[in-house]
Design a protein around this ligand. Structure first.
Ligand SMILES: Cc1ncc(COP(=O)(O)O)c(C=O)c1O
Length: 423
Protein backbone atom coordinates (compact mmCIF):
# COMPACT_ATOMS: atom_id res chain seq x y z
CA UNK A 1 0.00 0.00 0.00
CA UNK A 2 1.20 3.50 -0.87
CA UNK A 3 1.44 5.94 2.04
CA UNK A 4 1.73 9.71 2.08
CA UNK A 5 4.59 11.53 3.85
CA UNK A 6 2.78 11.81 7.22
CA UNK A 7 1.91 8.12 7.32
CA UNK A 8 5.39 7.12 6.22
CA UNK A 9 7.13 9.22 8.84
CA UNK A 10 4.86 7.72 11.53
CA UNK A 11 5.72 4.18 10.39
CA UNK A 12 9.43 5.08 10.24
CA UNK A 13 9.32 6.48 13.79
CA UNK A 14 7.64 3.37 15.20
CA UNK A 15 10.12 1.16 13.36
CA UNK A 16 13.11 3.18 14.61
CA UNK A 17 11.90 3.16 18.25
CA UNK A 18 11.40 -0.60 18.05
CA UNK A 19 14.88 -1.15 16.60
CA UNK A 20 16.51 1.18 19.15
CA UNK A 21 14.66 -0.45 22.07
CA UNK A 22 13.02 2.83 23.12
CA UNK A 23 9.45 2.08 21.97
CA UNK A 24 7.37 3.35 24.92
CA UNK A 25 3.73 2.53 24.11
CA UNK A 26 1.44 -0.42 24.81
CA UNK A 27 3.20 -1.88 27.88
CA UNK A 28 1.62 -5.33 28.20
CA UNK A 29 -0.08 -5.61 31.58
CA UNK A 30 0.29 -9.18 32.82
CA UNK A 31 -1.01 -8.48 36.31
CA UNK A 32 -2.76 -5.32 37.47
CA UNK A 33 -3.42 -3.46 40.69
CA UNK A 34 -3.96 0.19 41.45
CA UNK A 35 -0.40 1.05 42.48
CA UNK A 36 1.50 -2.12 41.51
CA UNK A 37 1.47 -4.07 38.27
CA UNK A 38 3.53 -6.43 36.21
CA UNK A 39 4.18 -5.29 32.67
CA UNK A 40 5.94 -6.73 29.69
CA UNK A 41 8.17 -3.98 28.34
CA UNK A 42 6.95 -3.27 24.80
CA UNK A 43 9.04 -4.85 22.07
CA UNK A 44 11.61 -6.10 24.56
CA UNK A 45 15.13 -6.52 23.29
CA UNK A 46 15.85 -9.94 21.77
CA UNK A 47 16.77 -12.51 24.40
CA UNK A 48 15.07 -10.78 27.35
CA UNK A 49 12.44 -12.82 29.17
CA UNK A 50 9.36 -10.69 29.69
CA UNK A 51 6.78 -13.47 29.59
CA UNK A 52 5.50 -12.80 33.10
CA UNK A 53 6.25 -9.11 33.03
CA UNK A 54 8.36 -7.16 35.48
CA UNK A 55 7.01 -5.53 38.63
CA UNK A 56 6.37 -1.79 38.38
CA UNK A 57 4.94 0.92 40.58
CA UNK A 58 2.07 2.46 38.65
CA UNK A 59 2.01 6.23 38.21
CA UNK A 60 0.19 6.13 34.91
CA UNK A 61 -3.32 5.19 35.98
CA UNK A 62 -6.46 7.29 36.23
CA UNK A 63 -7.91 5.13 39.01
CA UNK A 64 -7.35 8.25 41.10
CA UNK A 65 -9.40 7.26 44.13
CA UNK A 66 -8.20 3.65 44.16
CA UNK A 67 -11.63 2.08 43.70
CA UNK A 68 -10.96 -0.30 40.80
CA UNK A 69 -10.35 -3.20 43.17
CA UNK A 70 -12.64 -2.12 45.98
CA UNK A 71 -14.60 -5.26 46.97
CA UNK A 72 -17.97 -3.48 46.63
CA UNK A 73 -17.09 -2.22 43.16
CA UNK A 74 -15.91 -5.64 42.00
CA UNK A 75 -19.05 -7.23 43.45
CA UNK A 76 -21.19 -4.54 41.77
CA UNK A 77 -19.74 -5.58 38.40
CA UNK A 78 -20.17 -9.31 39.10
CA UNK A 79 -23.73 -9.04 40.42
CA UNK A 80 -24.79 -6.92 37.43
CA UNK A 81 -23.26 -9.41 34.99
CA UNK A 82 -24.95 -12.35 36.73
CA UNK A 83 -28.30 -10.56 36.55
CA UNK A 84 -28.21 -9.05 33.05
CA UNK A 85 -25.46 -10.95 31.18
CA UNK A 86 -22.28 -9.70 29.60
CA UNK A 87 -23.60 -7.25 27.01
CA UNK A 88 -26.70 -5.33 26.04
CA UNK A 89 -27.22 -6.70 22.51
CA UNK A 90 -29.33 -3.78 21.32
CA UNK A 91 -29.01 0.00 21.27
CA UNK A 92 -30.45 1.61 24.37
CA UNK A 93 -33.45 2.95 22.48
CA UNK A 94 -34.56 -0.48 21.32
CA UNK A 95 -33.78 -3.11 23.94
CA UNK A 96 -30.37 -2.38 25.48
CA UNK A 97 -31.59 -0.15 28.31
CA UNK A 98 -31.74 -2.03 31.61
CA UNK A 99 -32.97 -0.99 35.03
CA UNK A 100 -29.28 -0.62 35.96
CA UNK A 101 -28.73 1.91 33.17
CA UNK A 102 -31.71 3.84 34.48
CA UNK A 103 -30.37 3.67 38.06
CA UNK A 104 -26.96 4.92 36.94
CA UNK A 105 -28.53 7.85 35.07
CA UNK A 106 -30.31 8.84 38.27
CA UNK A 107 -27.21 8.30 40.41
CA UNK A 108 -24.93 10.39 38.18
CA UNK A 109 -27.54 13.15 37.84
CA UNK A 110 -27.81 13.24 41.67
CA UNK A 111 -24.02 13.25 41.99
CA UNK A 112 -23.78 16.27 39.67
CA UNK A 113 -26.77 18.05 41.24
CA UNK A 114 -28.56 18.33 37.88
CA UNK A 115 -32.03 17.17 36.86
CA UNK A 116 -31.05 14.53 34.30
CA UNK A 117 -28.21 12.47 32.85
CA UNK A 118 -27.49 10.25 29.87
CA UNK A 119 -24.93 7.43 29.56
CA UNK A 120 -22.65 7.14 26.53
CA UNK A 121 -20.38 4.20 25.61
CA UNK A 122 -17.31 6.38 26.28
CA UNK A 123 -16.43 9.86 27.49
CA UNK A 124 -15.16 10.62 24.03
CA UNK A 125 -18.59 9.80 22.58
CA UNK A 126 -20.25 11.96 25.23
CA UNK A 127 -18.25 14.95 23.94
CA UNK A 128 -18.96 14.05 20.31
CA UNK A 129 -22.67 13.65 21.05
CA UNK A 130 -23.06 16.88 23.02
CA UNK A 131 -21.19 19.11 20.60
CA UNK A 132 -22.49 17.57 17.37
CA UNK A 133 -26.07 17.80 18.68
CA UNK A 134 -26.17 21.10 20.59
CA UNK A 135 -24.17 23.02 17.98
CA UNK A 136 -24.96 23.29 14.29
CA UNK A 137 -23.64 24.98 11.15
CA UNK A 138 -25.03 28.42 12.11
CA UNK A 139 -23.47 28.30 15.57
CA UNK A 140 -20.15 29.43 17.06
CA UNK A 141 -18.14 27.34 19.49
CA UNK A 142 -15.38 28.90 21.61
CA UNK A 143 -12.87 26.34 22.83
CA UNK A 144 -9.65 26.41 24.84
CA UNK A 145 -6.63 25.52 22.72
CA UNK A 146 -5.67 22.65 25.03
CA UNK A 147 -9.10 21.02 25.31
CA UNK A 148 -9.30 17.27 24.88
CA UNK A 149 -9.21 16.28 21.21
CA UNK A 150 -12.70 14.71 21.41
CA UNK A 151 -14.15 18.20 21.95
CA UNK A 152 -12.53 19.50 18.77
CA UNK A 153 -13.77 16.42 16.92
CA UNK A 154 -17.31 17.08 18.18
CA UNK A 155 -17.19 20.68 16.98
CA UNK A 156 -16.00 19.51 13.56
CA UNK A 157 -18.91 17.06 13.36
CA UNK A 158 -21.37 19.81 14.26
CA UNK A 159 -20.35 22.03 11.35
CA UNK A 160 -20.22 25.02 13.72
CA UNK A 161 -17.52 27.66 13.40
CA UNK A 162 -14.73 26.94 15.86
CA UNK A 163 -12.95 29.80 17.65
CA UNK A 164 -9.92 28.64 19.59
CA UNK A 165 -8.77 30.85 22.47
CA UNK A 166 -5.33 30.81 24.07
CA UNK A 167 -5.03 28.32 26.90
CA UNK A 168 -6.66 29.58 30.11
CA UNK A 169 -6.82 33.12 28.75
CA UNK A 170 -10.26 34.63 29.51
CA UNK A 171 -9.16 37.98 28.02
CA UNK A 172 -8.60 36.30 24.66
CA UNK A 173 -11.93 34.48 24.99
CA UNK A 174 -13.63 37.82 25.73
CA UNK A 175 -12.03 39.36 22.66
CA UNK A 176 -13.19 36.48 20.43
CA UNK A 177 -16.71 36.63 21.88
CA UNK A 178 -16.83 40.35 21.09
CA UNK A 179 -15.50 40.11 17.57
CA UNK A 180 -16.21 36.64 16.18
CA UNK A 181 -19.25 35.59 14.25
CA UNK A 182 -21.71 37.43 12.07
CA UNK A 183 -22.58 41.01 13.10
CA UNK A 184 -26.23 40.14 13.72
CA UNK A 185 -25.15 37.50 16.25
CA UNK A 186 -27.32 34.89 14.60
CA UNK A 187 -26.74 31.36 15.78
CA UNK A 188 -26.12 29.94 19.21
CA UNK A 189 -22.84 30.43 21.11
CA UNK A 190 -21.21 27.68 23.13
CA UNK A 191 -18.11 27.88 25.30
CA UNK A 192 -16.46 24.54 26.02
CA UNK A 193 -13.50 23.76 28.27
CA UNK A 194 -11.92 20.91 30.21
CA UNK A 195 -12.37 21.46 33.98
CA UNK A 196 -8.95 19.97 34.75
CA UNK A 197 -6.75 19.83 31.65
CA UNK A 198 -5.70 16.28 30.88
CA UNK A 199 -2.38 17.09 29.25
CA UNK A 200 -1.45 20.16 31.32
CA UNK A 201 -2.73 19.38 34.80
CA UNK A 202 -4.05 22.91 35.38
CA UNK A 203 -7.58 24.10 36.11
CA UNK A 204 -9.77 26.21 33.84
CA UNK A 205 -10.58 29.68 35.30
CA UNK A 206 -14.24 28.70 35.44
CA UNK A 207 -15.51 31.70 37.41
CA UNK A 208 -14.23 34.15 34.77
CA UNK A 209 -15.42 31.90 31.95
CA UNK A 210 -18.90 31.62 33.53
CA UNK A 211 -19.04 35.46 33.75
CA UNK A 212 -18.24 35.68 30.04
CA UNK A 213 -20.78 33.00 29.16
CA UNK A 214 -23.48 34.99 30.96
CA UNK A 215 -22.42 38.31 29.47
CA UNK A 216 -22.39 36.91 25.92
CA UNK A 217 -25.39 34.65 26.26
CA UNK A 218 -23.36 31.51 25.59
CA UNK A 219 -24.05 27.97 26.75
CA UNK A 220 -21.23 26.74 29.00
CA UNK A 221 -20.10 23.10 28.59
CA UNK A 222 -17.43 21.68 30.93
CA UNK A 223 -15.70 18.32 30.46
CA UNK A 224 -15.06 17.04 34.00
CA UNK A 225 -13.33 13.81 32.85
CA UNK A 226 -10.38 14.13 35.24
CA UNK A 227 -12.10 16.20 37.92
CA UNK A 228 -15.36 14.25 38.44
CA UNK A 229 -15.22 12.55 41.83
CA UNK A 230 -11.83 14.04 42.64
CA UNK A 231 -12.27 17.81 43.04
CA UNK A 232 -14.67 19.96 45.03
CA UNK A 233 -15.97 19.39 48.57
CA UNK A 234 -18.46 16.79 47.34
CA UNK A 235 -16.39 15.58 44.40
CA UNK A 236 -18.60 17.31 41.86
CA UNK A 237 -15.59 18.47 39.92
CA UNK A 238 -13.76 21.63 38.91
CA UNK A 239 -17.03 23.58 38.68
CA UNK A 240 -17.76 22.84 42.34
CA UNK A 241 -14.17 23.68 43.34
CA UNK A 242 -14.48 27.04 41.53
CA UNK A 243 -17.93 27.76 43.03
CA UNK A 244 -19.76 27.81 39.68
CA UNK A 245 -21.76 24.57 39.77
CA UNK A 246 -25.04 26.29 39.00
CA UNK A 247 -23.53 28.40 36.22
CA UNK A 248 -22.40 25.47 34.05
CA UNK A 249 -25.11 24.36 31.61
CA UNK A 250 -23.82 20.97 30.53
CA UNK A 251 -21.32 18.65 32.25
CA UNK A 252 -19.64 15.82 30.37
CA UNK A 253 -17.45 13.18 31.96
CA UNK A 254 -16.29 9.62 32.07
CA UNK A 255 -16.60 6.68 34.45
CA UNK A 256 -13.14 5.53 33.29
CA UNK A 257 -11.17 7.49 35.86
CA UNK A 258 -12.24 8.19 39.47
CA UNK A 259 -15.43 6.14 39.01
CA UNK A 260 -13.44 2.95 38.46
CA UNK A 261 -15.33 1.71 35.42
CA UNK A 262 -15.73 2.83 31.83
CA UNK A 263 -18.27 4.84 29.82
CA UNK A 264 -19.25 8.46 29.39
CA UNK A 265 -22.03 10.64 30.77
CA UNK A 266 -23.72 13.98 30.25
CA UNK A 267 -25.58 15.82 33.02
CA UNK A 268 -27.87 18.74 32.18
CA UNK A 269 -31.44 20.01 32.25
CA UNK A 270 -34.16 17.51 31.35
CA UNK A 271 -34.82 19.11 27.94
CA UNK A 272 -31.17 18.94 26.93
CA UNK A 273 -30.98 15.29 27.97
CA UNK A 274 -34.22 14.43 26.16
CA UNK A 275 -32.88 16.10 23.02
CA UNK A 276 -29.57 14.17 23.23
CA UNK A 277 -31.38 10.91 23.99
CA UNK A 278 -33.40 11.24 20.78
CA UNK A 279 -30.91 12.81 18.41
CA UNK A 280 -27.25 12.30 19.39
CA UNK A 281 -25.80 9.83 16.88
CA UNK A 282 -22.89 9.01 19.19
CA UNK A 283 -25.55 7.73 21.61
CA UNK A 284 -28.16 6.23 19.32
CA UNK A 285 -25.87 4.41 16.89
CA UNK A 286 -23.70 2.59 19.43
CA UNK A 287 -24.70 -0.09 21.92
CA UNK A 288 -24.94 0.86 25.58
CA UNK A 289 -22.54 0.04 28.37
CA UNK A 290 -22.26 -3.62 29.41
CA UNK A 291 -24.18 -4.33 32.65
CA UNK A 292 -20.99 -5.17 34.57
CA UNK A 293 -19.58 -1.76 33.71
CA UNK A 294 -22.77 -0.05 34.86
CA UNK A 295 -22.81 -2.11 38.08
CA UNK A 296 -19.20 -1.11 38.84
CA UNK A 297 -19.92 2.59 38.31
CA UNK A 298 -23.06 2.42 40.49
CA UNK A 299 -21.08 0.75 43.27
CA UNK A 300 -18.24 3.30 42.94
CA UNK A 301 -20.71 6.19 43.34
CA UNK A 302 -22.16 4.53 46.41
CA UNK A 303 -18.71 3.94 47.98
CA UNK A 304 -17.81 7.56 47.25
CA UNK A 305 -20.93 8.84 48.99
CA UNK A 306 -19.43 7.26 52.14
CA UNK A 307 -15.66 7.47 51.65
CA UNK A 308 -15.23 10.21 49.03
CA UNK A 309 -14.14 13.01 51.33
CA UNK A 310 -11.34 10.98 52.90
CA UNK A 311 -10.18 9.51 49.57
CA UNK A 312 -10.14 12.98 47.96
CA UNK A 313 -8.10 14.33 50.89
CA UNK A 314 -5.54 11.54 50.52
CA UNK A 315 -5.40 12.06 46.74
CA UNK A 316 -4.70 15.79 46.97
CA UNK A 317 -2.18 15.28 49.82
CA UNK A 318 -0.36 12.75 47.63
CA UNK A 319 -0.45 15.08 44.64
CA UNK A 320 1.06 17.89 46.73
CA UNK A 321 3.76 15.56 48.09
CA UNK A 322 4.62 14.34 44.58
CA UNK A 323 4.95 17.87 43.22
CA UNK A 324 7.09 18.90 46.21
CA UNK A 325 9.36 15.85 45.89
CA UNK A 326 9.79 16.39 42.15
CA UNK A 327 10.59 20.09 42.60
CA UNK A 328 13.11 19.23 45.33
CA UNK A 329 14.78 16.85 42.86
CA UNK A 330 14.94 19.63 40.25
CA UNK A 331 12.06 18.36 38.10
CA UNK A 332 9.50 20.93 36.89
CA UNK A 333 5.76 20.22 36.80
CA UNK A 334 4.61 23.19 34.66
CA UNK A 335 1.15 24.39 35.74
CA UNK A 336 0.06 21.12 37.42
CA UNK A 337 -2.36 22.09 40.16
CA UNK A 338 -3.96 18.82 41.26
CA UNK A 339 -3.60 15.07 40.78
CA UNK A 340 -2.69 15.18 37.07
CA UNK A 341 1.02 15.93 37.38
CA UNK A 342 2.73 16.84 34.14
CA UNK A 343 6.48 16.88 33.52
CA UNK A 344 7.58 18.72 30.36
CA UNK A 345 10.28 16.76 28.51
CA UNK A 346 10.44 18.26 25.01
CA UNK A 347 11.24 15.97 22.13
CA UNK A 348 9.38 12.79 21.33
CA UNK A 349 12.63 10.80 21.31
CA UNK A 350 13.65 11.94 24.78
CA UNK A 351 10.16 11.31 26.13
CA UNK A 352 10.10 7.81 24.62
CA UNK A 353 13.56 7.06 25.99
CA UNK A 354 12.71 8.26 29.53
CA UNK A 355 9.40 6.37 29.57
CA UNK A 356 11.04 3.18 28.42
CA UNK A 357 13.93 3.56 30.88
CA UNK A 358 11.49 4.12 33.76
CA UNK A 359 9.51 1.01 32.77
CA UNK A 360 12.71 -1.04 32.78
CA UNK A 361 13.59 0.37 36.24
CA UNK A 362 10.18 -0.33 37.75
CA UNK A 363 8.00 2.75 37.19
CA UNK A 364 5.07 3.05 34.80
CA UNK A 365 4.20 6.57 33.63
CA UNK A 366 2.13 7.90 30.75
CA UNK A 367 3.99 9.62 27.87
CA UNK A 368 2.08 12.25 25.89
CA UNK A 369 3.03 12.95 22.29
CA UNK A 370 1.66 15.22 19.55
CA UNK A 371 -1.12 15.62 18.51
CA UNK A 372 -2.33 15.23 22.13
CA UNK A 373 0.18 18.00 22.95
CA UNK A 374 1.83 20.66 20.76
CA UNK A 375 4.81 19.67 18.61
CA UNK A 376 7.96 20.00 20.71
CA UNK A 377 5.88 19.70 23.90
CA UNK A 378 6.07 15.95 24.53
CA UNK A 379 5.82 15.21 28.23
CA UNK A 380 5.17 12.67 30.95
CA UNK A 381 1.85 12.56 32.78
CA UNK A 382 1.77 11.05 36.23
CA UNK A 383 -1.53 9.92 37.70
CA UNK A 384 -1.34 10.08 41.48
CA UNK A 385 -3.71 7.88 43.42
CA UNK A 386 -5.18 8.04 46.91
CA UNK A 387 -3.52 4.65 47.60
CA UNK A 388 0.08 5.67 46.87
CA UNK A 389 2.36 5.71 49.91
CA UNK A 390 5.01 8.33 50.72
CA UNK A 391 7.57 5.68 49.83
CA UNK A 392 5.98 5.14 46.38
CA UNK A 393 6.06 8.88 45.77
CA UNK A 394 9.68 9.31 46.88
CA UNK A 395 10.74 6.33 44.76
CA UNK A 396 8.95 7.72 41.68
CA UNK A 397 10.45 11.21 42.09
CA UNK A 398 13.98 9.81 42.44
CA UNK A 399 13.67 7.53 39.39
CA UNK A 400 12.21 10.31 37.23
CA UNK A 401 14.88 12.84 38.25
CA UNK A 402 17.63 10.30 37.46
CA UNK A 403 16.13 9.34 34.07
CA UNK A 404 15.77 12.99 33.05
CA UNK A 405 19.30 13.84 34.17
CA UNK A 406 20.70 10.95 32.12
CA UNK A 407 18.97 12.01 28.92
CA UNK A 408 20.34 15.40 28.00
CA UNK A 409 17.99 17.44 25.79
CA UNK A 410 18.69 16.74 22.16
CA UNK A 411 19.48 19.44 19.66
CA UNK A 412 17.73 19.50 16.30
CA UNK A 413 14.13 19.18 15.23
CA UNK A 414 11.53 18.72 17.91
CA UNK A 415 10.27 15.41 16.61
CA UNK A 416 7.00 16.43 15.07
CA UNK A 417 5.50 13.15 13.89
CA UNK A 418 2.15 12.80 15.60
CA UNK A 419 1.62 9.58 17.52
CA UNK A 420 -2.05 8.92 18.16
CA UNK A 421 -3.74 7.35 21.11
CA UNK A 422 -1.79 8.83 23.98
CA UNK A 423 -4.31 11.15 25.63
C1 LIG B 1 -10.51 15.43 29.18
C2 LIG B 1 -10.97 14.11 28.63
N1 LIG B 1 -12.21 14.03 28.11
C3 LIG B 1 -12.67 12.88 27.60
C4 LIG B 1 -11.90 11.73 27.60
C5 LIG B 1 -12.47 10.48 27.01
O1 LIG B 1 -12.96 9.62 28.00
P1 LIG B 1 -13.14 8.07 27.69
O2 LIG B 1 -11.83 7.41 28.00
O3 LIG B 1 -14.24 7.61 28.58
O4 LIG B 1 -13.48 7.95 26.25
C6 LIG B 1 -10.59 11.77 28.13
C7 LIG B 1 -9.70 10.58 28.16
O5 LIG B 1 -9.90 9.54 28.62
C8 LIG B 1 -10.13 12.98 28.67
O6 LIG B 1 -8.90 13.06 29.19
Amino acid sequence: MEFGPAHSSMLDLVDRWQREGTYPLFPLITQAATTRARIGVPHARPGSDDTHGRPVTVFGSADYLGLARHPEVVEGALAATRRFGTGTYGTQAVGGYTRLHQELETAVADWSGRPAALLFPTGMQANLGVLATLAGPRDHVFADRFNHQSITMGVRLSGATLHVFRHNDPAHLAQLLRTAGPPDRSGRRLIVVDGLFSADGDLAPLAEIADLAERHDALLVVDEAHSAGTLGPQGRGAAELCGVLDRVDVVTGTFSKAFASTGGFVCADADVVTLLRHSADAYLLSLGLPPGTVGAALAALSVLAREGTERRRRLQDNARTLRTRLHAAGVGTAGSAAHVVVIPVGTMDRTAHVTRQLAERGLMVCPLFPPAVPIGGARLRLGVCAEHTEEDIGHAAALIAAALAETAPQAGPAGGTPVRGTA
